[in-house]
Design a protein around this ligand. Structure first.
Ligand code: AMP
Length: 210
């Protein structure tokens, strides 16, 4: 099964993509996590993309396409994958269409006001999980449940970058959603609910599809 998870920043798309991946034993791929890993490790790629990621802008050119192509052609993706953060514009969507047939697309909807309020308090871990002090607190304050690492505030969760990321989502990524809507692959999910309720909505659709 090849699944895409969309949603504005703060919608919980990463959390839901992780839950799908765990339940259905599909590799979880998040382009944002791949970039953050490279930035943290100080690789060539990391140096190239750091300024874009920190400001909340899309990394330019076909870089992300090549990263995704390489990743989904790895043997573990022969069963499918859950992709989070890609495609984010029409050109990436066209590229993805040329290398993979997508089965299910979810968009987790929340308002911009809710997105801003969730993101400004968000804490992230380098393993990709994120937490919120009220909606999704870690068991131990400031520490990741999964890997025990220290949580941190992402540079792109600061107000100016949040604004830019939401604007890109509305201007570019929503056009991608229209394409999946037309091909009847898109499922709208109400993101203004608890994590378990959102996952139940998604899971009911996956069960019907399987
Ligand atoms: P995310 O964690 O999905 O919010 O992504 C964090 C940042 O990584 C984005 O603001 C972009 O700078 C970069 N990024 C992630 N995915 C893409 C993509 N598909 N195309 C271009 N840039 C991306």
């Amino acid at each position: 099964m090849k699944i895409l998870v969309f949603g504005p920043q703060g919608s919980g798309k990463g959390t839901q993509a992780e839950l799908i991946s765990r339940k259905y034993k599909l590799p979880y791929i998040a382009t944002g996590d791949i970039f953050r890993f490279h930035i943290k490790e100080g690789t060539q790629l990391g140096k190239k993309v750091k300024s874009y990621v920190d400001k909340g802008e899309l990394t330019p050119g076909s870089l992300t396409n090549e990263i995704v192509k390489d990743r989904i052609q790895q043997p573990d993706c022969s069963v499918g994958f859950v992709l989070d953060g890609y495609p984010r514009n029409i050109s990436q969507q066209k590229f993805l269409e040329s290398i993979a047939k997508i089965d299910l697309v979810f968009v987790i909807n929340i308002s911009d006001t809710e997105a801003v309020s969730r993101l400004k308090d968000r804490l992230a871990c380098k393993c990709g999980l994120s937490y919120h002090p009220v909606n999704n607190p870690p068991y131990k304050k400031g520490i990741c449940n999964k890997c025990g690492d220290k949580l941190f505030v992402r540079d792109d969760d600061k107000p100016a970058a949040i604004k830019k990321r939401l604007a890109i989502y509305h201007k570019e990524t929503e056009l991608v959603l229209e394409i999946y809507q037309k091909s009847n692959t898109l499922h709208q999910i109400n993101g203004a609910q608890g994590i378990e309720e959102v996952f139940a909505e998604i899971d009911n659709i996956i069960i019907l599809y399987k």
